[in-house]
Design a protein around this ligand. Structure first.
Ligand SMILES: [Zn+2]
Length: 426
């Protein structure tokens, strides 16, 4: 069987397994788990990988990470890793799907929260899992190795815990099976069945911050006897929106406070305010400037009101950067697998994805994949006027069309085959 014949056969096998793909997706969608709590998801994936004849299934990597290892029967020194993230979000799903989430779980603060795959990670897992089943049938013809990498805690581990892609590397999850290419796609509101690609920064660098402003408690009627931290907090919130002006205007960035907690009440000025938020920037190099700016702003605002501020940063994730040489190398595979009019240049976004740790370490490519009833208007998706329209990731009603997933599956399998055969080699 030559390569062209194998591609035809792989497409046929993928079509034959489309029902499996959808079944996996619906099961995983119905039973989402929070970051670093993906135990049932991991067990399901590991079990299926064993059934598909994986040579090795590594489990419990950095929490609930799973890697299925499949060796081709021909000799080769390349290893393609397909990467899917595993976690859901604390969101009450309103998609109306008959396979909508039925799960609740204990959130970080001990309260029970609804859980949903509101970011489509169910689609990623089902696709990579089914790709294993398709490709396992073609091992006689594959030189080298392919990995199915299921990564926990992409949405960020709970505070005080580690987890995610970097943690999988640190835990030795890839020891002895280091990929020579990582490939993945994230579902998005792009038009159904289209691929969004970008050379350079596709997803932003991200850092979570926490600012604690300490004042002195007093009666609201006697403010001169204490130090009110709230005006300082207000100044920081307003000033944060100005920090992007410290970097060049053409560089996308956002500094936002998303949570405020104080200890006062209507007749008490509290002694402490805690702010939580995020810095996002498209260019890794801008992160240090924005962090420094936030520190200076918080310190100065607190001082201005006789208070003090402590600023801490954590959950730092580098930008997802597609090196142009990788995109160039994979373009022929993209064009061969999908019609050219389904390949759309994508603008950068300020979302993040910690697949960046894998791309930085091993090289590879991360693309967007459209799963919604939208059309492309000047580079951005807009509702199609029929169907379910455009609903962004993380929204409670986020949806992904089942009928888009087959071509995503095909693309994953073709990336593996072409890299192992040396056709994607930057
Ligand atoms: Zn996501």
């Amino acid at each position: 069987m030559n390569l062209d014949e194998m591609r035809v056969e792989i497409d046929r096998a993928a079509r034959d397994l489309e029902a499996d793909l959808i079944r996996h997706r619906h099961h995983l969608h119905r039973h989402p788990e929070l970051s670093n709590r993906e135990q049932n998801t991991a067990a399901y994936l590991a079990n299926e990988l064993r059934r598909y004849g994986a040579d090795e299934v590594r489990t419990g990597i950095a929490g609930h990470g799973v890697i299925g290892v499949f060796h081709g029967r021909l000799s080769g020194d390349r290893t393609t890793a397909l990467r899917a993230d595993m976690d859901g979000l604390p969101v009450r799903e309103t998609s109306g799907e008959d396979f909508a989430s039925v799960e609740e779980a204990e959130g970080p603060d001990g309260t029970v929260v609804p859980v949903a795959h509101a970011c489509g990670h169910d689609c990623h897992m089902a696709t990579v899992l089914t790709a294993a089943k398709v490709l396992a049938q073609f091992r006689e013809h594959l030189p080298g190795t392919f990995l199915c990498v299921f990564q926990p805690a992409e949405e960020g581990p709970p505070l005080g815990e580690t987890g995610g892609a970097q943690a999988m590397i640190d835990a030795g999850g890839f020891d002895g099976i280091e990929p020579t290419m990582v490939f993945g796609m994230h579902v998005s509101p792009l038009p159904n069945g289209t691929v969004g690609y970008r050379a350079g920064s596709q997803f932003a660098a991200a850092t979570r911050f926490e600012i604690v402003i300490t004042g002195q408690q007093t009666h609201v009627a006697l403010p001169w006897l204490g130090r009110d931290p709230l005006p300082a907090a207000a100044g920081i919130i307003l000033g944060a929106g100005q920090l992007s002006r410290r970097i060049p205007a053409g560089h996308p960035a956002a500094v936002s406070v998303g949570h405020l907690e104080d200890r006062g009440r209507f007749n008490i000025i509290g002694d402490r305010v805690r702010l939580e938020g995020s810095i996002r920037c498209a260019d890794d190099a801008d992160m240090a400037l924005l962090k420094q700016g936030l520190r200076e702003l918080a310190t100065a605002q607190a001082q201005g009101y006789g208070c003090t501020a402590e600023v801490a940063f954590d959950q730092q994730v580098p930008a997802v950067v597609n090196e142009p040489r990788w995109l160039d190398a994979a373009m022929a595979t993209l064009r061969r697998t999908l019609d050219t009019d389904r390949l759309l240049p994508a603008p950068p976004t300020l979302g993040y994805d910690d697949v960046s740790a894998l791309l930085q370490r091993f090289g590879g490519l991360y693309l967007l994949y459209g799963v919604q009833d939208t059309m492309n208007q000047q580079g951005a998706p807009v509702p199609l006027g029929r169907g379910r329209g455009m609903i962004p990731n993380h929204h409670p009603a986020f949806y992904a069309n089942d009928d888009a997933l087959l071509d995503s599956l095909r693309l994953h399998t073709h990336m593996v085959v072409d890299h192992l055969h040396g056709l994607i080699d930057p």
